[in-house]
Design a protein around this ligand. Structure first.
Ligand SMILES: [Zn+2]
Length: 294
């Protein structure tokens, strides 16, 4: 009896997914050539307060896009920051992304369920504070650290894009031909770098940042630049200016890098992931939880 039900459910899900798939999903690398995304990590309450706002304003003044990573449990008490971010919630140049619940090291979490719980906590916090119509598509991994469970957790949390370390993201590093349901857009350049003893951040010279961006464009077609609120704002501005000088480069958000101007397809990835896992029952649950949460 269960077998028959499972087969019917499987057929129904396959039909739904087939109708949703308008183009092949090999989402590891997007079709955004010479695209550069800036990723501002560690947005949180009472933390480099002036710098956080100044750097986001600088991007706006330069008409350049930026993706900001919010740490869920550390966002909400600083009303000045919340109000500041809220005013740009519908600004297409500012993408609001998930940067973990407590800035956990996801690479150390041994199962997908616990990772999913943290991701959904932050999604919820962002929606509660900034509005439920804010479309969150991107997980910026704290410490750029992920493991094989993270892919499932990210997809099950309704997210589409994972931005981590290019080596620790093993699908990006080793398996780009896989039909991962996610876009894998790792950090490939950084504005400052952790010292060897991991105690301080040292600024990277602008010329080196630009060369890393060029290298990544050659290798991947795109580049993702990590920055933090404490980074030297003049250096960031200088990098933006140099990129803008190259007329064939385009500054985008991570979401735009993955989807361009297209609408993000709701529910697609969770469905495909469930199918690839071969879990018919899981798929049914995913569909249910998707509907309940939306
Ligand atoms: Zn961080």
């Amino acid at each position: 009896m269960f077998g028959a039900r499972a087969r019917i459910l499987s057929a129904v899900i396959f039909a739904i997914v087939s109708s949703m798939v308008l183009q092949p999903v090999n989402a590891t690398q997007p079709d955004c050539q010479r695209c550069v995304a800036f990723r501002l990590d560690d947005i949180q309450d009472f933390y480099y307060s002036n710098e956080q706002r100044a750097i986001i304003e600088m991007f706006r003044q330069n008409n350049a896009s930026v993706t900001i990573g919010i740490i869920g449990s550390m966002f909400g008490n600083d009303t000045e920051l919340v109000d500041f971010v809220r005013q740009y919630r519908n600004d297409s140049r500012i993408e609001i992304a998930n940067h973990g619940w407590l800035h956990e090291d996801f690479g150390l979490l041994e199962d997908a369920a616990s990772q999913q719980e943290l991701l959904e906590g932050t999604n919820q916090r962002i929606h509660d504070l900034l509005g439920h119509d804010v479309l969150i598509t991107t997980f910026i991994a704290p410490f750029n650290s992920v493991n094989d469970h993270t892919y499932e957790a990210v997809a099950n949390s309704g997210l589409y894009i994972i931005s981590a370390d290019p080596v620790r993201d093993t699908i990006f590093a080793n398996d780009q031909t896989s039909s991962s349901p996610l876009y894998h857009l790792p950090m490939t350049a950084e504005v400052s770098i952790l010292t060897e003893n991991q105690t301080a951040w040292e600024p990277v010279p602008v010329i080196e940042i630009l060369s890393k961006i060029d290298d990544s464009i050659v290798a991947n077609g795109n580049a993702v630049v990590m920055l933090h609120p404490w980074d030297n704002i003049e250096n960031v501005q200088s990098v933006i200016a140099h990129i803008k000088d190259k007329s064939d480069y385009k500054i985008v958000t991570l979401k735009e890098m993955a989807f361009g101007q297209n609408e993000v397809p709701e529910g697609l990835n969770a469905a495909i992931l469930a199918l690839t896992l071969g879990g018919v029952v899981t798929a049914g649950l995913l569909f249910r939880s998707k509907r309940m949460s939306s």
